[in-house]
Ligand binder design. Sequence first.
Ligand code: WT7
Length: 678
Amino acid sequence: MARDIEARLDDREYVRPPVEFVGQANCTDRSVHDRFEEEWPDAYETYADLLDWDRRWETVLDDSDPPFYEWFVGGRLNASRNCVDRHLDDRGDQAALVWEGEDGSRRTVTYRDLYRRVNATAAALRDLGVDRDDVVTVHLPMVPALPVTMLACARIGAVHSVVFAGFSASALADRLDDADSDVLVTVDGYYRRGEFLDHKAKVDAAVAEAGTDVRDVVVFERHGSAVHEPGAAPADANADADAKERVDPDDLTERDVLAADLLAERERREVDPVSRDAEDPLFLMYTSGTTGQPKGCQHRTGGYLAYAAATTKYVLDVTPADTYWCAADIGWITGHSYIVYGPLALGTTSVMYEGAPDHPHRGRVWEIAERHDVDVFHTSPTAVRQFMKWGEQHLAEYDFDVRHLTTVGEPIQPEAWRWYHEHVGGGDAVVVDTWWQTETGGHLITNLPALDDMKPGSAGRPCPGIGAAVYDDDGDPVPERSDRAGNLVIERPWPGMLQTVYGDDERFVEEYWRRFSDLDSDDPADWVYETGDGAVHESDGYFRVLGRLDDVMNVAGHRLGTMELESAVCEADGVAEAAVVARQDDQKGEAPDAYVTLRDGVDPSESVRKGVVAAVESAIGPFARPANVYFVDELPKTRSGKIMRRLLADVSNGAELGNTTTLHDPSVPERIREQVGD
Ligand code: WT7
């Protein structure tokens, strides 16, 4: 009998954290989960205590008006002061950011440098007329100017809205409009796989397309070797200094202003950090949902920063002495919380890499890890699968020793987990699989690495105080630890949660609360947050996340809404109707397949197909490009005319067709299968 149990445990493959790791971990307190249950929500004060407050809060949580929860009510603080100023005395000369350009240029930004740059940039923005609560849109790739601009906004109480550099002009225009943002910060261009991308041309197109009148466009210069900023340390000697060119003045419009000029005049200016209410917004981050229009997730200052700092400390196990590399893009929430706000709030050294992981060679990531002696490394399962495909020989030449590895963004297959653990972690690092969302601000389900054994494929336990649960489609809780799949929900608020959807409280309620809450109730116990994911609560108390249940797909860690993709495809010439579904993809996790019917008189052709791809690239960006475009005679629809995407997904994934009885014409999916030849 005992042997049976052992065998089963073996099956489940628990991996113990190494003793050396446990010995130094930031959280080794086995009672932490119980304490958060007993003292909820006041236990979150320990998170807020990681920050410096101008005024201490009076109430940890005001839940009198769910789902509009307020955290650390009455408290005042500034995020820029917490991420910069407060470290000057103890570690002014320590690197805050270590930056590697794709072209070989390198820069180290100490906390003192960061202080100067954030102040100069804050002064520049303020002199441009940016006021408290104004939304500044930031369309910058992975250059130091990006975190500097975010912190400069935070310093003057402005709200930043960073739009990932890979988004198209139209996507940027939508976000400018939604936020009614009249100041845009950008760069002339940047490098990707050796190619210099003309970012400014795209920005000009976005500004022309936007309905909002963009008053000022601040342009940093990246052309040549490094981001051109006065007072910047010289670029690495490898960089060709002669290549540094200024933007051609003929390319500037009357609303453009060069960052270098603005900053040169303000090199030593200091700007007092504006004391913000804990509930004042810190930033917006747009994300895709089930409708066409992206949602501006609005994050608060106090709760968000406390939650980002605490999860960085206790989940990522980062200390100020560490060099920590989160190889994500700051244009997504992962980079906001775990490249910028969390690590800098704790005073650690955060690595930023501009380019592609395989440029100019497939050992690039490990070369950087070796050069900077990276202790903690964070990436996505998509990247791990890519590294695995390239092979461990690319790691062999480089010598680095990480004690902690993180993954985020999608479930990680046990095979990829094991490869990551063995080849990147040297077999003796902990691997932490973190489940969370743009909306949640920080990790919600993941093991505290010194407390719980790792289990490949399971995100693990809810973080302290987090009320994760699984509900069935009728809205009833599935019994705990029952190993049954259902809807992953969160039953209690947490400090890092979004405040609302920017400018649209109704949509906030609609998208996240309606389905599992009693909207007429004032009792917070009746309010349950819908994540949109499916999950299993396993018998050991770990959660295995299965992926999105709604019309949202996850392509290489990028979240894409089906509706957004479909409306883009419908913009293409000749397209009558379109349905987009997720195809399982070995590398990307999921990839979009587009099923298209054409207008009368239009025949399927390569040029129509190219038009469809171009339409997606132009509406969203190249990263959303469909894997396949299938021309079909008819889409499977119910009698009431609803497209049954589920059946198309069965076709894309070579699965047996699900129930077709509700279809207007039940033979359609089979015909499509024949047509697409799968
Ligand atoms: C969706 C959120 C939060 C940072 C990156 C993505 C999926 C995220 C995991 C994980 C399984 C995961 C979920 C979630 N997801 N982390 N560890 N295991 N799935 O942020 O773009 O807001 O996407 O990513 O489906 O809902 P996002």
